[in-house]
Design a protein around this ligand. Sequence first.
Ligand code: DC
Length: 230
Amino acid sequence: MNRITIAIDGYSSCGKSTLAKQLAKKLGYSYIDSGAMYRAVALWCLENNAIENGVPDNGKIIANLSNIKIEFRFHPEIQSSQTYLNGRNIEKEIRGMAVSEVVSKISSIKEVRQKMVMLQRQFGEDKGVVMDGRDIGSIVFPNAELKLFMTADPVIRAKRRYDELKAKGTEVSIEEIAENLRLRDYEDTTRKENPLIQAADAVVLDNSRLTPEQQFAAAWKLVEERLVTA
Ligand code: DC
C-alpha cells in the first residue's frame, strides 16, 4: 500500500499532537511536531541572549541558524519522540511558559521559517509522515494527501492546556494560559510570513465536544479513504 503524507494544522492547544501521534502509531509512520522545532529555536534564543524583554535580536538569530541543530529521537521506554537541541534533550524545557511566551515572535522571523520548512520537507521526503503545525497543509506539504484543520472553543482549549501543564507539575494559572493562547492565536494568524490559514482542501475538525476516541474515529475514516486512492 502506498504511504501518504498527513498535514494537521490549527490553533494552539487544539489537540493536534494527540491526534497526530495516534495516527502515526496506527499507521507505523513517523510523527513530527513542527511547533517543537520553533520552540527549540526559541529556547536557544533565551539561552543565548538573543531575545531581550520579548524583542528578538534578528541579526544574531539569523547568523546562528547553522549552529541550531534540531533532531527528534524516539525513546522506546516512554514510547515517544523527544526533541533535541544540539544533542541535548529539551522536551520538558520547551513546553514551559518562558518558551511559550516568546515562540510566536521567533516563529515570525522569515529566515527561521525558511530553515524550519526546509528541514520539515526533508523529514517528510519519503512520505509516511504525520506532521502538525500551522502551515503544514498550506506551505510545507501543499500536496499532502490528507489535510486536517483543527479548531476548538478557546475556553476548552485553555482548560485542556491547564490540565496538561498541571499534570507535568508546572505552576500556572488558567487566566495566564488563556491570555497566552489569545496572544498566540493573534500572532499566528496575523504574521506576514506563512500565517495560520486553513488550506482550501483541508477538512475542518472541531473537537470541542468530541472525546479523543471520537476525534480519532473521524480522522481515521478520512485516512482510510485517502489510503484507498493513494
Ligand atoms: O504547536 P505549538 O503551540 O507547540 O507551536 C509553538 C509556536 O510555533 C506557535 O505559537 C506557532 C509556531 N508554529 C508555527 O509558526 N508554524 C508551525 N508549523 C508550528 C508552530
